[in-house]
Design a binder for this molecule. Sequence first.
Ligand SMILES: *Cc1c(COP(=O)(O)O)cnc(C)c1O
Length: 400
Amino acid sequence: MPGFEIFGEEEKKEILEVLDTGVLFRYEFPEQRKGVYKVKEFEEKFANFCGTGFGQAVTSGTAALKVALTAMGVGPGDEVITQGFTFVATWEAILEVGAIPVFTEVDATMNMDPEDLKKKITDKTACIIPVHMLGAQAKVEEIVAIATEKNIPVLEDTAQAAGGHIRGKYLGTFGRCGTFSFDSVKTMTTGEGGMIITDDEELWRTMSEYQDHGHDHKVNPGARGGEGRRFIGSNYRMMELQGAIGIAQLAKLKSMIVAQKITKNRLLEAISEIPGSAPRELVDPEGDTATFCCFSLRDQEHCSRVNEMLRAEGCGAINFAENSWHFYPAWEHLLAGSTPVKSGWPFAEPGGKRRVVYDKEVLPQSADIIGRTLVYPVPIKMDSQRLDDMCAALRKAKTL
Ligand SMILES: *Cc1c(COP(=O)(O)O)cnc(C)c1O
């Protein structure tokens, strides 16, 4: 990660095809565009890559979550369960549709703990969102089994794991739908952008209409102005330049993952020599995208000592307990219910009564795991001297 490391001639060629027509927009202008429909082509290629029926491109991964939740009918009065270790976007989207996020523990996969999920389901649960964090799989088969028994749809937030799979079945295809992000730090990027994939044609149709002001997209003589609509929508349309970049990046996705795996394996070899260390548990190592290399240590004290030494060697790792964007206890704005909206929405109802109050202490298992885990982002192009230095620093940590 990220995909812009290998931005090259292929992306430029795709972009130039759009610029040659002058049509930067995914809909309309049938004559001028000379058959070029980059966003549509990207949607079809992405869905096909994942082995699913339909792709819906949108403006971001956050928009993908919002469009998917809305199309599934989720809104005020509903609860949506996700994990307490994710990027803020997951629960921002839940709040944005008016539902209330409920957080589960993560387990040694650093993703949703299915046992804790069972405890968090109520008769208000309208959707379950496991997140395939840091490039690797949540226990999504177990999660889907639990959800199916209760008749609750699963949406997989696959923003960080495009190209990941479990025994050949791609992430994002286990639940009712899966969402992706192509922002600046993701494995494949379109600058900004997102995608939703699903096998459910009716759900796809609803998403497609909602993200385009409700246009029903049926061929009619009055062109777009004459199209019908079934419900109110909004605008989350991806533009042609993004679709063009997406096509080129998708073609490189498999080779990006291969390159990352080689680097990750070298790091893991060095890490394995640290007594008390353990690599992150993977549901299927073959299907890992290797965009991150995570390992846990005996306890938080051991973890701090190891990272202090790594920092002194110029090779410090990320500890997500020290990062304010990805882990529940550090989301002070969620905990405090901070919002620019006068009424206090979405934390309070109109009138000011608090709808939900969050307690910092409710995820002790996650706090333990996140607190003693170190994480390296794995670049696609790794400088070999840098990799040698990192491995040497990790081997020094053996004595701590
Ligand atoms: C990046 C990310 C998103 C949001 O994607 P954007 O394209 O930045 O809006 C959602 N969920 C997770 C887990 C992410 O990492």
